[in-house]
Design a protein around this ligand. Structure first.
Ligand SMILES: Nc1ncnc2c1ncn2[C@@H]1O[C@H](COP(=O)(O)OP(=O)(O)OP(=O)(O)O)[C@@H](O)[C@H]1O
Length: 318
């Protein structure tokens, strides 16, 4: 029995297919992230898992039992699955403490524990309309945790947060998993959030699940051009009738000209921790990630493939 099993799930909105034949499973404490372009069906998938939309076909099973849709339950949703929506609402004119206490369905000793984990102690007396975006996010998360979920569905939890609030929320999620044993399934359109957090990634494209794998597998060996682009830029180098897929950091500048590809720098862009050079070569325009600054447009250079780079060959229609 899987902790969560999604089987051949399809969802339509007014007869338009939004999710088509999606199947996967998740085990307890496995960190699963769903990536995909806007409109690819990520939120709809979370809602179907949480019992908030009715599938047109297929089913979701949680701990061996079928998750019922909104028409099959008096109160939509599953009692052990919490859903932190992108557009969560906190009632106005209530203090944070009142909201949390009101929601608490657990024994009283849980409340201070969750307040501490979510780092909201200093906010308890404030009204909900007196909070910043990051603070509201942590209060909303605390509120969901007080329903004692076993599965927490997080829809773009970092999307409106700056760097320091993101880091803080990341710590909250880590602690919550460890201290409360909550399993998380996260939707994120930001490649860095999903690559660095997940143990398994799902890639959604126009309602279909097109790839599932470990983050490094999907980053280095994407199933198609769409999955490749979601996680950053890439090069395709001719290799014996096929194309070799290489990320810009898999290309190296070299002084040794044997076996190297000559080229001329077209443009150099600065990204803080690295530079990216765009280089015109006989194999096409290539991107090279390097620590070296802009050498000037037209500079002649030589490139080689990092000997440690993955060997991912794709067809010419990639
Ligand atoms: N209630 C609805 N009625 C009709 N169509 C909907 C409804 N909700 C979503 N859709 C459509 O379903 C598709 C998938 O939407 P969904 O919100 O699941 O995508 P998403 O991948 O989560 O997008 P985003 O990253 O922008 O949140 C979109 O084309 C959207 O317009």
């Amino acid at each position: 029995m899987n902790f969560l099993r999604v089987s051949a799930l399809s969802v339509n909105y007014r007869e338009v297919p939004i999710l088509q034949d999606v199947s996967f499973h998740q085990e307890p404490l496995e960190r699963l992230a769903i990536a995909g372009e806007t409109g690819s069906g990520k939120t709809t998938l979370l809602k179907a898992i949480g019992g908030l939309v009715t599938p047109a076909a297929g089913a979701v099973h949680f701990e061996g039992e079928k998750v019922l849709g909104p028409l099959e339950r008096l109160i939509p949703g599953h009692p052990h699955i919490a859903y932190l929506s992108q557009h969560f609402e906190l009632r106005n004119n209530y203090s944070v403490y009142d909201i949390l206490e009101y929601t608490n369905r657990l024994s009283d000793d849980w409340l201070p524990r969750i307040i501490e984990i979510c780092r909201v102690e200093h906010l308890l007396k404030r009204r909900t309309d007196q909070l910043s975006g990051g603070e509201r996010q942590r209060v909303a998360l605390a509120r969901q945790l007080l329903t004692k979920p076993r599965l927490l569905l997080l829809d773009e939890p970092f999307s409106n947060l700056d760097g320091s609030h993101r880091d803080q929320l990341r710590l909250v999620i880590d602690e919550m998993e460890a201290a409360l044993g909550v399993t998380c399934l996260m939707v994120s359109h930001d490649p860095y959030d999903s690559l660095s957090w997940a143990s398994q990634l799902l890639v959604m494209e126009r309602g279909y699940l097109v790839q599932r794998g470990r983050p490094a597998e999907i980053y280095e060996r994407p199933a198609n051009r769409y999955a490749a682009r979601l996680f950053g830029k890439f090069n395709l180098l001719p290799a014996g009738g096929r194309l070799r897929f290489l990320r810009p950091e898999h290309m190296q500048l070299t002084d040794q000209q044997d076996d190297a590809l000559p080229g001329r720098v077209v443009q150099a862009r600065y990204y803080g921790s690295f530079w990216e050079w765009e280089v015109e070569t006989t194999a096409g325009r290539l991107l090279v990630q390097t620590g070296k600054p802009d050498p000037g447009k037209g500079t002649g250079i030589h490139i080689r493939i990092d000997p440690q780079a993955p060997h991912h060959l794709v067809s010419s229609d990639f």
